[in-house]
Design a protein around this ligand. Structure first.
Ligand SMILES: Nc1ncnc2c1ncn2[C@@H]1O[C@H](COP(=O)(O)OP(=O)(O)O)[C@@H](O)[C@H]1O
Ligand SMILES: [Mg+2]
Length: 633
């Protein structure tokens, strides 16, 4: 498995995980208390109903009295149901006791049901809160975090791990409360019947708990690995579904199938391995439980027959109670292994929650950011995590209202440079000044309200045209939206859609052509009207007609704005006020189209390359057509 930054092997101490999970239960403490109280009451009713067997056994064994006159059990029963018993009318007495049994069992089940209701609400509220906290944090994580982590892993954490982590609340808190209450109530009943037998029965318990411990540690590691495997599978499915055209066109179905099969196999194997371990705790408890029963029968028989310390009826009720103890004890002994899975998920969740958010890192205090004069890069360098330098010592100054073009080969650092402007990334060297203020001193949201981006791969949401265009400014009026769409050359096709502005675009806007998507993105940028606009190869993927429409739209977009434009087609940018030529992360040339051409350097060479290509092949198969205006130069 590939080790991504957040799926590292570090382990958080269990106590700390519990404390952190507990914080999510805190707001729902009232419900938790209700669950405890209801379970305790149910356990008392449960044990009481079984103690009522004593008069029955005494009747069968033809004892002199239906209830023992002495001892805790005798006293308790005499105090509660004594008035219902009449030694002269044994059948009538037993009928009365049976009615009480029915009442006690009904009460117990009603209480269990009620506790379950509150428990489920508690559980779902905690998952909800956990999921909300995770999602809210996720949205505020810095951009590089998203490139480091696979989409599938992120989805798995938000959807699966939050639910799994929460079974801590179900398995351990809710159900264990019930089991624990049963165990305590039963133990009290057992000890009041015979403390010597009870001690004998309990010799085994510490052995059970001790024997299970090493298994538990292994389980948690296994579950954590499983969570990662599941994330990897989600990633694969997600990638293939979104890239299904690619898979089909390269006939890669079989290969992708094999990849998935291998992952699935690893997951299944891991699950079996963990399952084997997890299943161990049940049989172990059961076997030890049977030993306990045998010891009780043997020792109990001696107490009854030799010492007369116990009546036969009491021994039988005692045995019934010990047997009834097994189920809750088994559940309690399995709860820690169920918790391991939850704790592994909790670790994966806290990994995300612990990644510092942009807002946490934001030291900016200036909120009323306006762009009045200039944006200056001063000796800016940037290096991706563990990578080579993507930008080195870049210095330039863009004045308000200028169109700044960035040119250079693929990988020259153009996108990296513009990503520094809205602080998707922060420079690793040097600084960027907006009107003389370091970008890091401006609050992120204030800074980002100044910038707009239209990039090559347009992002459209599965929502209406209106919602997509108004994304940056949900309160825009229909007139503003129409004006923006008009300027973006998008109004005509929007109005021709089946439901016009209310048409749902489908996932990622698949119902539209590339050019239409691009024009919607431009309309979106126009609506929010940012003073600084970034166009990262906004026209690169388009056909000639779409490009003309988009280019027109962009020309309107440029008016009165500071624009950073990245374009492969030099024709697009030759009217720029300032052209920056990047090569291997360094700024190698700067000037206007005319100056740079005259200089005969890197820009002139790039230009000649495109110009020659156009002459050699006017149709330019890959779409890199030089419009007529450029060919004139
Ligand atoms: N998320 C990333 N992690 C690591 N390296 C990256 C990342 N994005 C880009 N790079 C590297 O940084 C360099 C500049 O990339 P980029 O700014 O995208 O270039 P351009 O936009 O000019 O094509 C390239 O060498 C690229 O491989
Ligand atoms: Mg790029």
């Amino acid at each position: 498995m590939s080790a991504t930054a957040t799926t590292g092997t570090h382990r958080t101490p269990t106590a700390q995980l519990w404390r952190r999970l507990w914080r999510f239960v805190g707001p729902h403490k009232g419900k938790l208390v209700a669950v405890v109280v209801l379970n305790a009451a149910a356990a008392v009713a449960d044990v009481f109903s079984f103690t009522l067997l004593v008069p029955f056994f005494n009747a069968f064994f033809k004892s002199d009295a239906l209830l023992p006159a002495t001892g805790t059990i005798g006293t308790l029963l005499n105090a509660t149901i004594g008035f219902l018993l009449d030694e002269q009318d044994r059948m009538g007495s037993l009928r009365n006791v049976l009615l009480i049994v029915i009442a006690a069992v009904t009460l117990k089940n009603a209480l269990v049901w009620l506790a379950g209701q509150v428990g489920v609400t508690l559980q779902e509220f905690v998952v909800r809160d956990l999921r909300n906290a995770l999602y809210a944090h996720l949205l505020r994580l810095p951009l590089p975090w998203f490139t480091r982590n696979k989409v599938g892993q992120v989805i798995a954490r938000v959807l699966n791990d939050t639910a799994t982590a929460n079974t801590v609340v179900t398995e351990l808190v809710t159900r264990s409360l019930w089991s624990g209450a049963q165990v305590i109530a039963t133990l009290v009943a057992m000890f009041t019947t015979s403390w010597r037998l009870s001690l004998a029965a309990l010799v085994i318990a510490p052995v059970t708990i001790g024997a299970i411990q090493p298994v538990l540690r292994k389980l948690r590691k296994g579950y954590r690995r499983l969570g990662n495997e599941q994330g990897e599978m989600t990633s694969l499915v997600q990638e293939v579904v979104s890239g299904v055209r690619l898979v089909k066109s390269y006939r890669a179905e079989a290969r992708e199938d094999a990849k998935f099969t291998a992952r699935n196999e690893a997951y299944a194997k891991g699950f079996v391995r963990v399952g084997r371990l997890a299943l161990l705790s049940g049989p172990v408890t059961e076997t030890l439980g049977t030993f306990t029963a045998v010891i009780i029968l043997w020792y109990g028989a001696q107490l009854v027959l030799k010492e007369g310390a116990l009546t036969g009826a009491e021994l039988l009720v005692f045995l019934v109670q010990v047997m009834r103890l097994l189920q809750p004890l088994k559940q309690l002994s399995q709860a820690p292994s169920a918790a391991q899975q939850s704790l592994a998920s909790a670790e994966r969740i806290f990994d995300v929650l612990d990644a510092p958010s942009e807002t946490a890192n934001d030291r900016g205090t200036r909120t009323a950011a306006v762009f009045a004069q200039s944006l200056a890069f001063e000796g800016v360098g940037f290096r991706y995590d563990g990578g080579a330098a993507a930008l080195t010592d870049v210095t330039f100054c863009a004045r308000k209202g200028e169109v700044v073009a960035l040119v250079g080969a693929s990988g020259a650092g153009k996108s990296t440079l513009v990503d520094l402007i809205p602080r998707f990334l922060d420079p690793t060297h040097g600084r960027i000044l907006l009107d003389g203020v370091d970008l890091r001193d401006i609050r992120l949201d204030a800074l980002r309200s100044l910038t707009g981006i239209v990039s090559q791969d347009t992002v459209l949401f599965n929502d209406t045209v209106r919602a997509n265009v108004a994304f940056g400014r949900p309160d825009a009026t229909p007139a503003q939206l129409a004006a923006a769409a008009q300027a973006a050359n998008a109004l005509a096709f929007i109005e021709a859609l089946p439901q016009g502005w209310d048409t749902n675009l489908g996932e990622r806007g698949t119902r539209l052509s590339g050019g239409q998507r691009q024009r919607l993105a431009i309309a979106r940028a126009l609506v929010s009207d940012p003073p600084i606009l970034i166009l990262d190869e906004a026209t690169s993927a388009l056909d000639v007609e779409s490009e003309r429409l988009v280019q027109e739209a962009i020309d309107r977009l440029l008016v009165g704005r500071t624009v950073f434009v990245i374009a492969h087609r030099l024709a697009t940018i030759q009217h720029a006020d300032r052209i920056l030529v990047l090569d291997g992360g360094s700024l190698v040339e700067e000037g206007s189209h005319a100056t740079l051409l005259a200089r005969g350097g890197a820009y002139a060479r790039l230009h000649a390359l495109q110009f020659d290509r156009r002459r050699a092949d006017p149709t330019d198969a890959d779409g890199e057509v030089m419009p007529a205006a450029a060919a004139v130069d």
